[in-house]
Unconditional design. Structure first.
Ligand code: GUN
Ligand code: ZN
Length: 439
């Protein structure tokens, strides 16, 4: 018997709350239920209805816990787990001082295995059920994260970070051909195997030669079902650097576009300081942008224009960008997105923040309907949240007038203590939350 009924408050989205009215976009049941069958969500509805329809199915009751699709972190760097919260630098110095020395340690597969497991367990403890992660230049670092995800039955996107320019340190450089060969072999080993997907991953144009960008563009054309992830227009100093390295390019995006690295399945992290031409091209091809607000404030990058970009119809997801980001928590990331929105003059609604952390990120990864959705047919990757997880949150939530008022204190002040349980692929995850299974 693989069926299971879980009870609690349920929060689901039928449409994008940036474009549909709230009543249409979001569906909340105060006493709801989710029927899981063979790893998938079979039904979402009122608890009384589903209990009556399936009286003999094993049931777990989370009481007032909020059942949501698990969070989807659309851009992070698992190899930076151990250097999160490193003080005092902006992007280029932060990369050189903290990131690159740490990434060199991933030449050792045992270290990669240790950090991959640690990172995914931290993600699960925070209610994140899928990440799209960069690895290091070492193919072993890619095997490590895919193996760790398979061991936990997590859906995952990852790829070998490619760097062949002398702007990167000697010990972190591959070659154009080596990056192509290694990435191709890793695609064959991992792409679409179980719950794994491969993303072709040039780190960013300042650390690749034209030959490498061309090779990876060719590889993407040969494997169009892969995602391609990279960084775009994160800091003004970085954009100046790109201008110097690629004098012939019209703008930063053109350094990807010219070599076959702009497409619908492209996932562009940060995208803060965009030119009008870049916005037009990104929207024309339907590429994905990923907002990383804790990183953007921590490294001092700038303010992502969520209202402007979503208003213009761009596809946008949300991410931690760990360890440039300062938290593993998508709750903390939603809070930072709210704060960045305020500095831009727009108060993002809790429904919009929640949608970005689930469905929005799933859309950017072209996994909509599969993950990030509390909807029949989706894979049963769930998080159950306690909306009163600390005294400060509980006393505020006690004053709530509606579900959004009840959720917002957890968005703004919540962390891993709010995570009551996590389900992965239809099974309770023992390493996250305090899952209480009753049959
Ligand atoms: N740009 C290129 N590499 C990185 C990275 O590792 N983190 C961030 N935040 N930006 C980058
Ligand atoms: Zn990044």
């Amino acid at each position: 018997m693989t069926r299971h009924l879980i009870l609690g408050q349920t929060l689901a989205f039928a449409a994008d709350p940036f474009s549909a009215p709230l009543e249409v976009a979001a569906q909340h049941h105060r006493r709801g239920a989710v029927l899981i069958d063979a790893g998938r969500i079979a039904a979402v509805g009122q608890a009384d209805d589903l209990k009556a329809e399936f009286p003999d199915v094993a049931t777990t009751d989370y009481g007032d816990g909020l059942i949501s699709a698990g969070f989807v972190d659309a851009h992070m760097h698992y190899p930076q787990t151990a250097i999160i919260a490193s003080w005092g630098k902006r992007l280029i110095d932060w990369l050189n001082l903290y990131t690159f020395p740490e990434e060199m340690r991933f030449a050792d597969p045992a270290y990669a295995t240790e950090i991959a497991g640690r990172c995914l367990d931290l993600n699960l403890a925070h209610g994140t059920t899928t990440v799209a992660s960069y690895c290091t230049i070492h193919p072993g670092s890619v095997d490590a994260i895919f193996e760790a995800a398979a061991a936990r039955d997590m859906r995952i996107v990852a790829g070998k970070t490619c760097m062949d320019r002398d702007t990167a340190p000697d010990r972190l450089r591959d070659t154009a051909q080596g990056a192509y060969d290694d990435s191709r072999a890793l695609i064959e080993r991992w792409h679409d195997k179980g719950r794994a997907s491969y993303a072709i991953t040039p780190r960013f144009s300042p650390t690749s030669t034209v030959a490498q960008l061309e090779a990876l563009g060719a590889l993407w054309a040969e494997h169009p079902s892969c995602l391609m992830q990279t960084h775009l227009s994160e800091q003004t100093d970085e954009i100046e650097w790109v201008r110097g390295l690629y004098p012939e390019a019209r703008d930063y995006l053109d350094t990807y576009e010219a070599y076959g690295l702009l497409g619908e399945r492209g996932v562009y992290g940060h995208a803060i300081h965009l030119e009008e031409r870049e916005k037009a091209r990104l929207s024309e091809v339907g590429a994905g942008l990923v907002h990383c607000p804790t990183s953007n404030t921590f490294i001092g990058s700038g303010l992502f224009d969520m209202a402007g970009l979503k208003g213009a119809g761009q596809r946008v997801g949300l991410a931690t960008d760990t360890g440039g980001g300062s938290s593993f928590s998508m709750l903390r990331t939603m809070a930072a997105a709210y704060e960045v929105g305020q500095l831009h003059g727009t108060a993002l609604h809790p429904a919009q923040l929640w949608w970005l952390a689930t469905e929005g990120s799933a859309q950017v990864l072209h996994m909509q309907g599969r993950i990030g959705a509390l909807r029949a047919g989706a894979e049963a990757d769930l998080v159950i949240l306690d909306l009163g997880s600390t005294p400060a949150i509980a006393q505020r939530a006690a004053q709530a007038n509606d579900i959004w008022d009840a959720i917002f204190p957890t968005i703004m002040m919540g962390d891993d203590r709010a995570v009551q349980a996590v389900w992965l692929n239809g099974a309770p995850c023992q390493s996250a939350g305090s899952a209480r299974i009753s049959t």
